[in-house]
Write a protein that binds this ligand. Structure first.
Ligand code: HSE
Length: 315
């Protein structure tokens, strides 16, 4: 049996929603798991680029043994029903840039889990898949939109269950995704965060998150301009993304820009705007990064409303 699952990229945090908010984007990894016939062959993992713009060097660093996150996901699912994975071939076709804050790891975890779940006859429902995936990832902000699509606010409760609600993204707002040519690992990007934050900064973020949800709900661009701010992760990460402070400063002069935020743990940036002047916005980012000798790929995208899904299932 062979199952392929297509999973969208995701952008987490969206400014004030650190570790609890994210959206799916129309860029996809495809994870295929095939049962192999020879007994005792273990689990074979292959990772390859599915698109010329994926940097082969970043794929070369991905482990192909039991430390691979796809393997960990499959193992957790098998273990949850008292089995051990073996005689499996896992192929990971990569279209989502790696270590750029676009949820490439979450997509692999989710794709591997859903494909393995199909092979096993679907022992896990959506709630169980969410819990297992978040156990590996550590937070639900990328995992949830990767599984359910859309823009999602989520939490992981003490018992491991994931609670989420989808928001309706206003169709008048554009999302411009700016991907620089340098990687930033989530591990490094989380290591610069303090373990405790001042109360005034926690209050600031709670205010912005409330504003964000109401701004999306009522399509209120002026409220969104106040909402797309953060004091609990971005200020600490600024030094890891050269040029981000200048890009934010240069975009302040554009009335149609609602905000510019770090995508997940970086290194990509998201610009939320109204749909006019998009070329000028892109030029500002391109030129500001070029001044720092950073090349980038920039694309305006819509929110992907569909989450991970099986694209082929052969017996
Ligand atoms: N919320 C996470 C972070 C996303 O900002 O570190 C990356 O996994």
């Amino acid at each position: 049996m062979k199952v392929s699952v297509k999973v969208p990229a995701t952008s987490a945090n969206l400014g004030p929603g650190f570790d609890c908010m994210g959206l799916a984007l129309p860029l996809y990894n495809t994870i295929t798991i095939e049962e192999t016939v020879l007994p005792g062959t273990g689990v074979e993992i292959n990772v390859f680029a599915d698109n010329d713009s994926i940097d082969q060097l970043s794929l070369d660093h991905i482990p192909l043994d039991e430390n691979n996150i796809a393997y960990k996901a499959v193992e957790l699912l098998y273990n949850s029903i008292g089995q051990t994975p073996s005689e499996l071939k896992i192929n990971i076709a990569t279209n989502i840039p790696v270590a750029r804050g676009l949820g490439s790891s979450s997509a692999v975890i989710v794709g591997a889990l859903i494909a393995a779940n199909e092979l096993l006859g679907r022992p896990a429902d959506e709630a169980a898949l969410l819990s297992i995936a978040c156990e590996i990832e550590g937070h639900p902000d990328n995992i949830t939109p990767a599984i359910v699509g859309g823009i999602v606010i989520s939490s992981q409760e003490d018992d491991g269950s994931v609670v989420y609600r989808k928001l309706d993204w206003p169709s008048d707002w554009a999302i411009t995704v700016c991907v620089p040519d340098f990687e930033l690992s989530t591990e490094i990007s989380r290591s610069v965060l303090p373990t405790e934050i001042p109360r005034k900064d926690a209050v600031f973020n709670a205010q912005r998150l409330g504003m964000f949800i109401q701004a999306v709900h009522t399509k209120d661009s002026e409220l969104m301009k106040l909402a797309l701010k953060d004091k609990i992760h971005q200020p600490y990460r600024m030094k890891l993304v050269p040029g981000l402070d200048k890009i934010i400063e240069n975009l302040r002069h554009f009335d149609n820009v609602l905000g510019c935020v770090l995508s997940g743990a970086g290194s990509s940036i998201l610009i939320i705007s109204e749909k006019n002047n998009l070329d000028k916005i892109k030029n500002i980012v391109r030129e500001t990064w070029a001044d720092q000798n950073i090349k980038c790929q920039i694309k305006t995208m819509s929110v992907e409303n569909n989450g991970a899904h099986v694209v082929s299932h052969d017996d």
